[in-house]
Ligand binder design. Structure first.
Ligand SMILES: [Zn+2]
Length: 283
């Protein structure tokens, strides 16, 4: 799944490519990515014609493309969703699902999705904040993100710190990769009980999550090509700079102890067994 930095790279690419442009035609090549639009694919196509995109927005990992009329298209990237800005004469990439052309000409917008867990849906009145996103907490890059309030919510939970970091209603945007990286940076075990965290320690781990995401975003920004807006989930440009995630058996960059992988919520957690010791009550 793409996490906040990857989604923000996509948002910026779309902002440069579609903001202020009026839709001339929309063509759904496969009905599944628009399945959330209950009146059907033909209606989805008709609904888009003539509308003008405002600047794409994001909260956490959630992306939406507002129209100037107050409605929006929600973009679910799922596991493999991508947007491409391509000339209409360019050959279609495999798994192209939706084509949008603009009144001002080239390039057009294409939604490509191999596995089709994602998709596009219309959100009536959703330009400012779609209903589907309203329950999601603000992410650390949001100008209105309140660090003290987020830390208070975190410490009020009776759970492990990694579960709390992954809870998108508490703080959004942090997925498995950046949670592990933030915990490594803060020298904290994933099962550390949140209610036992001091305010400074809880603040430290939230700031660490923001810092690792900002670092990944900086790297994505430099290699970003506005004509090819790509979402690769966990693979790609930022892998080289990860300290713990995906590095089982490799030396901890801080102390040299081999990184350990452990099962966690049907996935994995990576930690340094020396820098990130288990809380005492867990042995
Ligand atoms: Zn270590």
């Amino acid at each position: 799944m793409p996490e906040l930095p990857e989604v923000e790279v996509v948002r910026r690419g779309l902002a440069a490519g579609i903001t202020g442009r009026q839709i001339a035609t929309a063509q759904v090549l496969h009905p599944r990515p628009v399945r959330r639009h209950l009146p059907g694919a033909a209606d989805f196509e008709q609904q888009l014609i003539g509308r003008t995109f405002a600047e794409p927005r994001r909260r956490g990992k959630y992306l939406w493309l507002p129209f100037t009329d107050g409605d929006a298209v929600l973009a679910h990237l799922g596991m493999s969703g991508q947007f491409r800005l391509d000339h209409s004469a360019a050959p279609l990439a495999a798994n192209t699902r939706v084509l949008i052309s603009f009144a001002d000409g080239e390039p057009g917008l294409r939604f490509v999705d191999q596995r089709m867990f994602g998709g596009l849906s219309l959100s009536a009145g959703g330009a400012e904040l779609p209903d589907e996103v309203a329950h999601i907490g603000r992410d650390p890059f949001d100008p209105e993100f309140d660090l003290a309030a987020a830390v208070a919510r975190l410490r009020a939970k009776r759970t492990g710190i990694k579960r709390a970091l992954l809870d998108q209603q508490l703080i959004s945007g942090i997925g498995n990769i950046y949670a592990d990286e933030a915990l490594w940076a803060a020298r904290m075990h994933y099962a550390q009980p949140t209610q036992a965290l001091t305010r400074p320690r809880a603040t430290e781990v939230v700031l660490a999550a923001a810092a690792v995401m900002r670092g990944a975003l900086g790297q994505g920004g430099t290699s970003f090509d506005a004509l090819y807006v790509n979402v690769n989930g966990s693979s790609g440009y930022f892998d080289r700079s990860l300290a713990a995630y995906g590095r089982e058996g490799e030396p901890c960059p801080r102390c040299g102890t081999p990184i350990r992988r452990e099962p966690f919520m049907n996935r994995s957690s990576y930690r340094c067994p020396r820098c990130q010791r288990a809380p005492r009550r867990l042995g």
